[in-house]
Design a protein around this ligand. Structure first.
Ligand code: FE2
Ligand code: FE2
Length: 198
């Protein structure tokens, strides 16, 4: 088993988990898409707006792929979810979603190498928000404080979010190890960007 969470080898899930993982993805991609749509209605910097348009296309495309694979649609929503209005807090939320999406895409790409393009997209998304976060967090500004406070709140809720997210019988035997690894990886990234203190 892994000795260190800093350099954990990927966790290989057995083929029985594939269907459950695809279902999780269907939900997660739908959530990502709504968040990105909602974010576009907020007052964000112009470069972010440009990125979000392409980002929305990617997530729409991912969602369609998962819908085709599982053979049904994700449930529709009447209203978009509410997202933070202030850009530093919104950036943290989008960054967090994408970090989670990236970790799941890594798991999926091991099982389904044909879906590697999704992993690449998620890397692009995380990369974009990570650069934005670094810019916000640099210096002792109110925006930096706001981003850190939001990140701490998001981080505190993450174990429960993951529990909900990983709720599937096929994943049960792997849930503790999966959650442990995901939390360790995400904590490292949040610390690396300066959102969390070491
Ligand atoms: Fe996605
Ligand atoms: Fe994404």
């Amino acid at each position: 088993m892994s000795r260190s969470h800093h350099r954990a080898e990927p966790l290989y899930l057995p083929p029985e988990c594939e269907a459950a993982l695809l279902e999780r993805f269907l939900k997660a991609e739908a959530m990502a898409l709504w968040a990105v749509r909602s974010a576009q209605l907020q007052d964000v910097p112009p470069n972010v707006h440009t990125f979000l348009r392409k980002h929305e296309e990617d997530e729409r495309d991912h969602l369609a792929q998962f819908e085709a694979m599982v053979g049904h649609q994700s449930h529709e929503r009447e209203r978009l979810p509410s997202v933070p209005r202030q850009w530093p807090a919104l950036a943290v939320q989008l960054y967090g979603y994408e970090l989670l999406g990236l970790e799941f895409a890594k798991l999926l790409a091991i099982m389904r190498p044909d879906l590697a393009a999704i992993l690449e997209d998620e890397e692009t998304h995380v990369g974009f928000f990570e650069r934005e976060i670094r810019q916000i967090v640099v210096g002792e500004t109110a925006a930096a404080d706001q981003a850190r406070v939001s990140a701490r709140a998001w981080w505190r809720k993450l174990p429960r979010t993951l529990d909900r997210y990983l709720e599937a019988e096929a994943l049960d035997p792997f849930r503790p190890e999966l959650a442990r690894r995901l939390l360790a990886t995400i904590e490292q990234r949040l610390t690396g960007t300066g959102l969390l203190k070491k």
